[in-house]
Structures are given as C-alpha cells and as structure tokens.
Design a protein around this ligand. Structure first.
Ligand SMILES: Cc1cc2nc3c(=O)[nH]c(=O)nc-3n(C[C@H](O)[C@H](O)[C@H](O)COP(=O)(O)OP(=O)(O)OC[C@H]3O[C@@H](n4cnc5c(N)ncnc54)[C@H](O)[C@@H]3O)c2cc1C
Length: 373
C-alpha cells in the first residue's frame, strides 16, 4: 500500500505557483492561490432574477464543492428592494453569499458600465471563477469583464470540470462542427471566466430554508465611469408568446417551409399543441422568423417535451440546440436528411401534405378528449 499522502484539490490549488517571468509584464502577475470562490453574475429584469442566471448556480455549486470553496452571487443595479429579493432567490438556489452593488450609474443597463462594475468588484474580491449566463446581456458583459481583468473567457460552455492535478477549471464546449468537445483552461490567469447558454444546466432546487449572507458593497469603493451614453426611451417588444427556451411544445420551421404563409400553418399546429413556433437560422436569414426564435448554436438551446422540425435539414449547428428536447419528430421530403438521425419519429413527406393531416387528426383528438396538449 502506498504511504503517499492524498493531497486534496484545495491544497493543490493553494500550492500552484505561476512563473511570473513567463507572463506578459504589462499584465502584472498574481498567484492563483490569491483567488477564492465561484461567482455567478445575476441578471435582474422587471420580473426579478432571471432563470438563466439561477441555472448557472448549478455548475457553480458543483465546481465550488469540488474545489472546497464557496459560491457568491453578484448583483448590480439601483433598486435596493428588487436586488435584495433577487439575492434571496440566489441563496435559496444555492449561493452562500450575495454581493450587491447599488449605484445610480447602474440604474440603466449599459454593458460597458456593468462590465466595469463586475471587473472592479473582482479586482477587490478576487474570485477564482466567474460564471455568466450567455443571454444577450451576459454575452455583452463577459468580454468587457475579461478585457478589463486581462483574463481569458470561454463562451457557450456545455460542461465544467476541474483538472484533478492543478485545480484549474476545465471549460468544455463544442467547437464549430459540434462533433468534438474542446477542453479549455486558463492556467496562468485568474479569474477563470466562462458563460453557458440558457437551458444547458437545470435550475437548482429552490430551498427557502437555505441561509446565506447578503453583503451590500460600498459604492464609494468602486468609482464607476459615467455612462458614455444615455437612455432616451425604452420600448418593450410585444411578448405575447412564451419564449422558446421555456416552451413545452415547439413547432420549428426551416428553409423547406419557404414562406411566411408556410409558417402560418406551423402556427396553427403550435396553437393546437399549446406551443410556440421557432426556426432554423436559414428561416431567420430569410426573415420568416425573428432571431429570438432561432434554435441552435448561434440561437437558443431548447428543452421542450416535443420538438417538431419541419423542412429543417438537421445541420450540426441546429441539432446542438435540441439536445435536451424530449421527443423529436422530423418532417422532411428528403429521406437522407440528417435530421432523421436525430429524430425519434420521422415523416418523409412534403410538409404541405403532412401538416394538414396532422392538424386535422390532432383537432379530432382534442375534440374527443376535450383538453389541450
Ligand atoms: C458558425 C455557424 C453557426 C450556425 N448557427 C446555427 C444555428 O444556431 N441554428 C441553425 O439552425 N443553423 C445554424 N447555422 C447554419 C446551419 O449550418 C445550416 O445552414 C442551417 O441550420 C440550415 O437551415 P435549414 O435546415 O432550415 O435549411 P436547409 O439546410 O436548406 O434545409 C432545408 C430542408 O428542407 C427540406 N425541404 C425542402 N422543401 C420541403 C418540403 N416542401 N417539405 C419538407 N421538407 C422540405 C429539404 O429537404 C432540406 O432538408 C450555423 C452555421 C454556422 C457556420
């Protein structure tokens, strides 16, 4: 039996030393052991803390437990009451502590100012890892933070692990073709910054009995730049439909659907199912559907119970967005279309023939059962 003492990951992290002579001198040099904790940047909108940022507490908790460290939420804004509520939600979902920075400069969301605030907080508090949800905001803010901290950033990760030898975060993501997985790490710089798209990680269970600390940061300690732009007007987009990332039933159309008229048939089917319409990038490029309804690598990841792909070929960049979908049904006139490899049921047909039959049968079924879905 080996008498070798088992060194914990936490110890390995503390022992890790970076050779500063090998680094770019203008960037300065800090040792990894000076950094501690996993941060999740929380996003708050009119409805409170957003689900994608709460989802990021799932990998944060896992990685923090592995590294034997803590999870902190970071909240920015100007409305104390709203931020306090959001902080409690972060604690109920797994954060140990939430730091809140309240400032008039943060009353309006401006990516450069928000990025600067997070970077200033990180310079002072030195987190080891920063996670952001890859929402529109997260995608905007993360590069500002990374640029100001001269740290790396790995966007759109699908998994996180810890390097057992060094304690470095392994940020795992599919490269362009989505067939391989790239393992990316930032061995010499801290914090290690990464984003993951909404719905890649599940929402952690909410436990109101969880306790945590709320720290109100002193805004005097973090002098922020005056926003270079001012907000003139806010116009809310009409949000009558459920966002695709939350939908249980999705009817998705591709270039094969061809026209806006064609998409009306998809809407008809979606309505019967109590679902929503989405589309491929080609459908977005053709102006058949707005970008916020695009599924895939440069769109959104969805996790409906049922995903019906109509006239979609099934390119790797599209199917990566439906990996978490329950049942996938594909309708395509080409029997060799790759989408069939990713579908549970395939209908080889022209959608113009298949969809009206499907709609009629579902209507009959609905009439008989007297309920939706
Ligand atoms: C970096 C990068 C990122 C990308 N990100 C995304 C992304 O996020 N989401 C995404 O979707 N794509 C993305 N793409 C594009 C992707 O590679 C494909 O080009 C795109 O998904 C194809 O869209 P499509 O299936 O609608 O069109 P096509 O590939 O043209 O397929 C149309 C399909 O419709 C079928 N069809 C035609 N007429 C009918 C009919 N009457 N009835 C039934 N079937 C019919 C055809 O047989 C064909 O299979 C990305 C590409 C790159 C390079």
């Amino acid at each position: 039996m080996s008498a070798e003492k088992k060194v914990s990951l936490a110890e390995k992290r503390r022992q890790k030393k970076v050779d500063c002579d090998k680094l770019c001198p203008e960037w300065g040099c800090a040792q990894p052991y000076e950094y501690e904790g996993v941060w999740v940047v929380g996003e708050v909108d009119e409805q409170g803390i957003t689900e994608p940022s709460l989802q990021m507490l799932t990998p944060a908790r896992r990685i923090a437990d592995k590294l034997e460290t803590f999870v902190e939420g970071i909240l920015l804004g100007s409305d104390r009451e709203q931020l306090e509520k959001a902080a409690k939600e972060m604690i109920y979902h797994g954060a140990d502590r939430v730091r809140i920075l309240v400032s008039e400069e943060l009353a309006t969301y401006i990516p450069g100012v928000y990025g600067e605030a997070i970077a200033r907080l990180a310079e002072a508090r030195k987190p080891e890892v920063i996670f952001l949800a890859a929402t529109m905001r997260g995608r905007e803010i993360a590069p500002y933070v990374a640029g100001l901290l001269k740290a790396g950033i790995t966007a759109d990760c699908t998994q996180f692990e810890v390097d057992e030898e060094t304690g470095d975060l392994l940020m795992i993501r599919p490269p362009f073709a989505a067939i391989l997985l790239a393992y990316i790490k930032t061995p010499f710089r801290r914090p290690q910054i990464a984003t993951a798209r909404p719905n890649i990680f599940p929402l952690p269970p909410r436990d109101e009995s969880r306790e945590g600390e709320i720290v109100w940061e002193n805004p005097e300690d973090y002098k922020l730049s005056k926003p270079p732009i001012s907000l003139v007007k806010v116009e809310m987009l009409k949000r009558s439909e459920v966002p695709i990332e939350k939908a249980e039933y999705i009817v998705s159309g591709g270039r094969g659907v061809g026209t806006k008229e064609g998409f009306k048939t998809l809407e008809e089917l979606a309505e019967i199912l109590g679902g929503v319409v989405a589309g491929s990038r080609k459908a977005v490029d053709l102006g058949l559907i707005p970008h916020e309804r695009q599924v895939g690598q440069t769109g959104k990841s969805v996790r409906p119970k049922l995903y019906i792909a109509v006239g979609i070929s099934g390119a790797a960049q599209h199917v990566i967005g439906i990996r978490e979908a329950g049942l996938v049904v594909a309708i395509n006139k080409d029997p060799d279309a790759p989408i069939f490899k990713n579908a549970d049921y395939g209908i080889v047909a022209d959608w113009r023939e298949a969809l009206p039959i499907l709609i009629e049968e579902l209507r009959k079924l609905k009439e008989r059962s007297g309920k939706t879905g």
